[in-house]
Design a protein around this ligand. Sequence first.
Ligand code: F6P
Length: 329
Amino acid sequence: MERHINTIGVLTSGGDAPGMNAAIRAVTRTARSNNINVIGIQRGYQGLIDKEFLKFTSSSVSNTIQRGGTILKTARSKAFMTEEGRKQAYANMVEAGIDALVVIGGNGSLTGAQLFAREYDIPIIGLPGTIDNDLYGTDSTIGYDSALNTIVECVDKIRDTANSHDRIFFIEVMGRDAGFLAQNSAIASGAEAAIIPEGSTDVDQLAEFIERGKRKSKNSAIVLVSEAQKDGVGGAFYYAERVKKEYPQFDARVTILGHLQRGGTPSAYDRILASRMGYAAIEALLEGQRNIMVGIKNDEIVYVPISRAVKMNKPINQELITVLNVLSL
Ligand code: F6P
């Protein structure tokens, strides 16, 4: 039987991503224009457990579309991973009259949503909010484009000094298990190579690649590295050390871009994506849909079961690997 949705809760969870505020704004305003009450839940699932609830009106989200971070704050709640924590969260939801949830977050957050929905029969709509772009069923996640642009801006700056000193830079970017940021920022910044978790990189192969560049009178090189650990050290340090040891003729340096990739004003693309997805989340709830993630495919909004979005692997398009290899020579 279809449930009447009177009040929704909206939260952001996991790593913040530029565009999350645009999504909160779109969810709030679309809900209000359908006479649905909105409760902003602070600090993700932790706020659901601690009853950090704010009554949201349309003006609560004024002047936020251009802001990075999340006005609702975020957390990676350990308590919500326990049965006891989820029980408390559900009790608080019932007490506050929240009939459905919109969860904006990445893989871990949507996995939590799936579990919660299954245990307590709650309608949940997920919005993919993560700079990693690692959710299956959507071409892009909210925050990915902004982070990519931030990385490219940084790499352009590093290129100046790399070139002046004839150096190789290993630049580490986020994306523990997914190489979208590394691969695409490498293409966009004209880098020599990308080392991503989806590929297998050999140090000899890398050195040969850089040598080839040198023969073509390139005097510096940029290698984008996904942050995945190798032998207990960060990927960029691992490869820089190996290259220095085996090919001392290369003057290698490491830059870790770290959390600056997650901050800053969202790109126009992310603002539009988040606005469309937030609107679609409420439309989906009104249509009686539940436990789905809103995605975008070929510029069309799609709905994907959360279970598929979090479980299936989103592959890197092989063409991107070829493009980088051919164009970097
Ligand atoms: O999931 C988003 C992300 O930025 C990952 O790319 C990164 O590995 C992780 O979060 C870092 O998390 P934290 O900010 O908790 O250290």
